[in-house]
Design a protein around this ligand. Sequence first.
Ligand code: NAD
Ligand code: DAU
Length: 360
Amino acid sequence: MQQDSNRTPRRILITGGAGFIGSNFVHHWCNSYPGDRVVVLDALTYAGNKQNLASLASNSDLKFVQGDICDRTLVDNLLESEDINTVAHFAAESHVDRSIIGPGAFVQTNVVGTFTLLEAFRQRWNKREQPQNDRFLHVSTDEVYGSLEADDPAFTETTPYTPNSPYSASKAGSDHLARAYFHTYGMPTIITNCSNNYGPYHFPEKLIPLMCINILLGKPLPVYGDGQNIRDWLYVEDHCRALDVVIHRGKPGETYNVGGNNEVKNIDLVEQLCELMDELAVDLPVSPSKKLITFVKDRAGHDRRYAIDASKIKRELGWTPQETVAGGLRHTVKWYLANRDWWQPLLSDEYKSYYNQVYS
Ligand code: NAD
Ligand code: DAU
């Protein structure tokens, strides 16, 4: 993005900065704004991984703190000791299938954790006499809008909330809290609702990395239901650029939808991944890898279609995605091929036990 020479340096707390999108955002911010203070708060749950930030280990602007966003004392201390003026809140339980198995952790982190951060930030913001340039960015999802039929128009910022899974219901609850803190207290919160991301550091449980890894291991590629569900895919770096623009130029109290305008049926996406792997990988255990595609029992309450209308962020803040699906998937497949050392240790006993529960 274009640099503003009068830009006020930010002292940014990035929650969930060791997860998939959060860590991509930490890289983005450190590369874009050297000299800004960057504090990462992450509990390192199964989805958090310090390796995602390993290449930034020598960056003295960056501090990593392992801890829970529900720990009010810890959050208060960090906001004060680091004199934080910006929060980018990514920390969440993020996987729909896990929310079906165990919703409790989703309510705790996504609702109680967000509430804890909002309250701590409110106290600190008041103490600092309510600077209007401070920002609390709440990173959310298109899943709060529910499921679309084939002919429905894409979700806009005014589409009514209709969350269908414990995950999306807990994110919806946190969105409502973030919105209420603007309307009640004037706190400069902004909400973004984004479509499905993909790219480097994506944990193996999600569709795209799961398929890439299973192709490399010669394991079945489990497609839920009839494979006709549609997601709107966005390369993660495009999401990071959108969040950057929202922090710098977004209006407090507003919501911005972020999406790639890339609606793809799951089965078509899996077939594209198979073709890319067949082209780019050597010595695949099963070739052509499409032979591995297996239709399995559908996800409970599986949303049929998501699609984002991102015209507001384009019109008001000038953001558009730069990556095509074809280009983004190619980068992603190459990344999983080149980074076996990153994903192999993630196939832990915990992961295997989760996998058996969902797929056996
Ligand atoms: P992720 O599961 O990869 O990462 C979540 C991170 O949060 C992990 O590092 C984890 O350790 C950390 N965390 C979990 N509970 C915590 C707690 N109590 N305290 C501190 N840290 C905790 O998730 P992601 O896919 O990177 O998603 C990040 C955010 O973006 C989430 O809020 C999610 O709802 C939202 N989002 C995700 C997508 C997507 O496609 N992945 C799309 C739109 C919005
Ligand atoms: O839309 C944004 C959301 O995208 C985020 O808020 C969530 O955090 C993120 O996990 C993602 O949710 P999805 O449920 O859409 O992503 P997932 O990768 O789990 O699944 C994508 C689609 O693929 C979905 O229709 C379910 C299907 N699927 C998934 C898996 C893991 C399969 O068919 N087989 C699978 O094994």
